[in-house]
Design a protein around this ligand. Structure first.
Ligand code: 2P0
Length: 347
């Protein structure tokens, strides 16, 4: 009982910020993202009666008990759904450089949800895979689909209506997303902790909730109409509103650093010169810059000249999660995933 799957990271245009249920990963608000082409996770899952416990191999190394426990807890949900009680060997390769400022949890849990449900014999559609992926990491439910994706927050207490669905294919509208890495010194407030502290203590959080659904409707309309100026404007404003909530938290915090502001300023300067370019920022100091493909070379050149910018990764819309065959693997992924491929038993 084995399957292999691949899923790409995503970047939120309208942010997921705050949970109404931490156990089920139910969000306070709906969100909207673009799945990216450049970064992905490939995961194999093999359930077998000869395994005495779950094992998790990440980038070719067997992980410790704590990391394995997170995967086991997630697999428990898949086992419960399938009514199967077998342990699994899970092997994942992240083609997501940690230095790129993208969390690998979105691509990681999307790939795991697809590989595990397939391996255990569940024949389910992507909306159910998305609902399962959500329970590993919220943003993972969006990585199940390619292109432009909406995660509807849902209203049901059991989370049955909280999953992602595609709005539009990436090929229907190409955009350039530049991930701009800056000098990073501060200790991070993890997004999970940051959103919780904000929900619990920030008086600005209600302001976030007041406008986020309207922002999402505007962004969705802008995508359908390929209105880049309108999309950029609402994306940038939405990110700033999310970050504003953190300043009101107790204790207060911010993800911005000096270098973050340098990039934001450069984007505004280019815009003042007539180049349509906008930024968004997640739970860290790096900046994601959005522009149209015809301007990407110029935007990259301007950003690369900022002294506090370390590196820039260029992305475009990417595909949804897919089941793969082992024979389609190549390079490092093939080597790492085959290293722990479980051949030894005859079950
Ligand atoms: C997002 N972020 O929409 C938002 C914007 C960060 C800022 O989703 O606790 O790793 O695992 O559900 O999905 C990052 O949070 O959090 C995130 P959990 P997740 O992309």
């Amino acid at each position: 009982m084995e399957a292999l799957a691949k899923a790409h990271t995503n970047i939120a245009l309208i942010k997921y910020w705050g949970k109404r249920d931490e156990t089920l990963f139910l969000p306070m608000n709906s969100s909207l993202s673009i799945t990216l082409d450049a970064f992905y996770t490939t995961t194999s899952v093999e359930f077998c009666s000869c395994l005495k416990s779950d094992m998790f191999v990440l980038n070719g190394n067997l992980t410790n008990e704590e990391e394995t426990k997170k995967i086991s807890n997630f697999l428990d949900k898949v086992r419960a759904l399938a009514g199967v009680n077998l342990h699994a060997m899970v092997s994942s390769v992240n083609n997501v450089p940690t230095s790129a400022g993208f969390a690998s949890s979105a691509s990681g849990f999307a790939a795991l949800a697809l590989a595990a449900t397939k391996a255990i014999g569940l024949d389910i559609d992507h909306s159910i895979v998305s609902r399962i992926a959500r329970q590993g990491s919220g943003s993972a439910c969006r990585s199940v689909y390619g292109g432009y994706v909406e995660w509807e927050k849902g209203v049901a207490a059991d989370g049955s209506d909280s999953y992602a669905s595609p709005i539009m294919d990436g090929e229907a509208w190409d955009l350039s997303i530049l991930s701009v890495m800056v000098d990073s010194r501060n200790k991070k407030v993890l997004s999970r902790e940051g959103m919780k502290r904000t929900v619990d203590t920030s008086p600005f959080y209600s302001g976030w909730l007041d406008t986020v659904e309207e922002d999402l409707e505007i962004a969705k309309g802008a995508i359908i109409n390929r209105d880049f100026g309108l999309l950029g404007k609402v994306v940038e404003a939405n990110a700033l509103k999310m970050h504003a909530t953190t300043l009101g938290a107790d204790p207060p915090f911010t993800y911005f650093q000096g270098a973050t502001l340098d990039v934001m300023e450069a984007v505004k300067q280019m815009r003042a010169e007539g180049v349509p370019v906008y930024f968004t920022i997640d739970a860290g100091p790096n900046v994601k810059v959005l522009c149209q493909p015809e301007n990407e070379a110029y935007v990259q050149k301007v950003l690369a000249a900022i002294p506090t910018v370390q590196s820039i990764y260029l992305c475009h819309p990417g595909p949804g999660a897919k089941v793969l065959s082992r024979s389609s693997l190549s390079g490092t992924s093939k080597k790492m995933l085959n290293q722990f491929h479980h051949h030894s038993c005859t079950n």
